[in-house]
Every structure is written in C-alpha cells, then in structure tokens.
Design a protein around this ligand. Structure first.
Ligand SMILES: *Cc1c(COP(=O)(O)O)cnc(C)c1O
Length: 441
C-alpha cells in the first residue's frame, strides 16, 4: 500500500457523513456496551496518522491504546504476517508446535528485566496474561491472596475485574468478583501528602498487607509500574523497589503488569528498568505484536515450572501469525532504536506541556515517561479533579483531527500515547491543536 501522507487533513467535519452512516449501522448491529471514543471509522493507518472513511487524516495520539507503538501496519510486521499466513494460520501449539512461539519466548526471556533463568507462556489478551500470572503465583507459593493497588487496571475477565479498581464502567453490575483479592494504597505523588516519599508509601501498603492479609496467606502483588487507565500515575522513587524487597523477604511473588508500559513505550524496553526493579513475573500484551492479539507471562524458571504439564495454555495462545508479528515488532524496535525515540518524544511533549501548564493552572500535573505522557486537569487554583474540562478539551481536539484519550479514576486525565513512528512535525501539530483546545475551553 502507498505510504500515507503524514499530515493532519480535514476534508469534512469530524465525524464526516460516511462515518455517521457507519455509526448508525453500528448502533443497530453492535451491542452498545462496546463503546467508541470517536464516532469515526478507520480505513488506513500508519506512521502517525489514522485515515477515516471520509478521507480525513487524524493525528494518532492513542496508538489503539498503546498497541501500535512501532506504528500501524509496520513494514516488517506486514511482511512477516503475509509470509506466515500463506504457510499456516493455526495448528494449536498444544497439538503440533511451531518455531515462532519458541522464538518469541526466547526473545521475551532475554529482553525482560533480570538475567536469571526464565520461561514464557503465550496467551491472547492482557487479561488472560494477568489471570495466568496469578495461577502461576498461587501454584508456586501454595497461597491464595492477591493484592492489587488503588487505581489499578488489569482487564475485564472475572479475576482481572476483581483486580481492577474502578467500578464504572469496568465492574458495575458484573459481580460477584473473584475472592481473595485485596487492595493496597498506591504512591500517587500529585495527590499524596508531600511528606510521603516512595518508601513511606510502600510501608503504608506493606503495613496493610501485614495487618489485613498476612504474608503467609499472600501469593502475589500485581502492579503496573506506571499506571495506565488509572491515570498514568508514576510512583515516587523508591516505592517499587521497597515493595519488591518486601515481597522477596516474605515469599510473595512480585508481578509487574507491563501490558501498557512494555515494548519501548516508556523510554525503556520495560518500565521496571526505569525504577530498577526485577519482577518475578511480568505480564505483557498490547504492543507485543504490532497490533495482532498476543500476550505473555514471562518469569523466573522455578515459578513458571511449578505448574503441572497441561496447566497453562489455550486454543489460540501464541497463534503463529501473531508470533510472526511479534518477532517482527521486536526486530523493528531494535533496528529503528525506538527506545531512544520514545525518549525524544518525552522531551518534546514534556517541554511543551510544562509551558502550557505555566500559563494555565487548570493543568494540575504533567507527568509520564517516554511516549506515555499525561496531564491531570483540575478546577482553577485547587487540586479538585475537573472531568468536565477534560472531556471538553478532548472533544475540541478530536474535532480538529487529533485522537486523544482520557483516563484516570476521576476521569480528569488526558493521556497521550503517540506511536513511536510519529514525526516531530505531526507531534508538534498535535500539541498545537491541544494548546488551542485549552485556549478555547
Ligand atoms: C489493557 C490492559 C490490560 C488488559 O488487556 P486486554 O488485552 O484488554 O485484556 C491489563 N493491564 C493493563 C495495564 C492494561 O493496560
């Protein structure tokens, strides 16, 4: 396919007439529980743009929720998928295995933090990886309780819902939830008392675990090193290492959910590296395979090997086309130095957003790492969340052709997840639109 013009182009109002027609069909055919951020239907995407059915070219600040981190239809992924799809599409790895799955496991064992011996198992979605990480931790420790944190998001299956913090829309009406899940306080520098540093915040959490659960009952803690849906919350320095240390001393498995932060997104291959923590198990998905559905649990060999033969798996887990895509995606990250590129994007975005903040005190906090950057919006001269302003700014930016997402427990965070293939020009144009949207609201 021809290269897409790397420019924001508005040919119609957003949404245009063809998107509106398709939205009407969607309303009649698709369950309304499946919502859409923008009523705009895509026909092509690549570099830093998404082209819609009306010929508009939108700047992509979402990457399909941190999935197309290397860019949409990245050339190596396209070639690898085409080659694999012509040879075979499925045999089921649990029946007649194939090399691609093993090669992805080898890559993940090598690339994830820590130089200990590791094993990997592949699945389809992030939620499935989370569920399987907990299965492994429970088998290994012969304990049952699991701790997740305030503002956490771990997916939509039953156990993952229990681990997820926010009720609306993820849990509302869907209970009962899996038992033996407990919630601990997070380190949230913008909202924590200024006296609470990372180590104190960790002690606040471990005190709760000791008094309310007891380490002898606790199989694992699961944590996003930088929270995704919860609001791109970067914990205070020292928080994650102190938690990891407490886990080590108490035979509690430390599970890093790097489903959103993984694969170069944060300016490191994995966000745990930014905080100098080595997790026992790491769950990955989203950007792992350039847009194809794949997820993984990678971890210490002795943990992963504690599960009986046949205890882990699934019909599609580690599908050969998805594995081919994953190998190509990893090759792209290395060949195009995308870890470095994420750092450049961080510098551009933080610089401009801090300047916007200096002129607008509704921007309470600017935070994030790499190409995972957010602003938390508040009522003027307070720290009270302003979800209304957040929605209004997002709407104006979207109408001007920039795909922006919101997040946060209070719905007051604008989050930016541009693909690492975006040009500086597009990035700056998107930030101009954002600055205008703040002025206009
Ligand atoms: C998206 C996400 C999940 C769930 O992944 P799915 O593929 O949607 O099941 C879990 N954890 C985090 C941190 C995520 O961002």
């Amino acid at each position: 396919m021809a290269e897409l013009e790397q420019q924001r182009i508005l040919k119609t109002a957003i949404p245009g007439p063809r998107s509106l027609e398709l939205m009407a069909r969607k309303t009649d055919a698709v369950a309304r529980g499946v919502g859409t951020t923008m009523p705009v239907f895509a026909v092509a995407a690549g570099g830093g743009v998404v082209v819609d059915v009306d010929g508009n070219s939108l700047i992509d600040f979402g990457s399909g929720i941190a999935v197309t981190t290397i860019g949409n239809s990245a050339p190596r992924v396209v070639a690898a998928v085409q080659d694999q799809v012509e040879r075979f599409t499925h045999t089921c790895f649990m029946i007649t295995p194939y090399e691609g799955y093993v090669a992805v496991a080898e890559q993940l064992n090598q690339l994830t933090p820590g130089d200990h011996e590791k094993r990997t198992a592949l699945f389809n979605s992030g939620a499935e990886a989370v569920e399987n990480a907990v299965k492994v931790a429970r088998t290994y420790t012969k304990k049952q309780a699991v701790v997740a944190f305030d503002h956490a998001y771990h997916g939509r299956t039953n156990l993952a819902m229990a681990l997820t913090a926010k009720s609306m829309p993820y849990k509302h009406g869907f209970g009962p939830f899996a038992p033996e899940v407990y919630r601990a306080p997070l380190s949230y520098p913008y909202r924590d008392d200024k006296l609470i540093d990372g180590e104190l915040a960790a002690r606040r959490a471990t005190n709760l675990m000791e008094s309310q659960i007891g380490p002898e009952n606790l199989a694992a803690i699961i944590i996003e090193p930088i929270q995704g849906e919860g609001g791109f919350i970067v914990p205070a320095d020292g928080f994650l290492p102190a938690l990891a240390e407490w886990c080590r001393s108490n035979n509690v498995v430390f599970i890093a959910d790097e489903i959103q932060t993984g694969f170069a997104r944060t300016g490191a291959m994995f966000a745990c590296e930014l905080f100098d923590v080595v997790p026992d198990l790491i769950a990955t998905a989203k950007a792992i395979a350039g847009g194809l559905p794949l997820s993984a649990v990678t971890g210490r060999a002795e943990l992963m090997e504690s599960v009986h033969v046949g205890g882990l798996g699934g019909t599609y887990g580690g599908n050969p086309v998805a594995c081919a895509a994953a190998l190509a995606a990893i090759e792209t990250i290395k060949a195009e130095n995308l870890v470095t590129r994420a750092g450049e994007i961080e510098r551009i975005m933080l610089g401009r957003l801090h300047r916007m903040q200096a002129e607008d005190n509704r921007i309470g906090d600017v935070r994030g790492r790499g190409a995972m950057i957010a602003v938390e919006l508040v009522q003027r001269d307070t720290t009270d969340p302003d979800p209304g302003l957040t929605a209004a700014v997002a709407t104006v930016a979207r109408e001007k052709g920039v795909i922006v997402l919101t997040c946060g427990t209070y719905g007051n965070v604008l989050r930016f997840l541009p693909p690492l293939s975006i040009s500086d020009e597009l990035l700056n144009d998107g930030l101009d639109v954002l600055a205008d949207a703040f002025s206009a609201t």
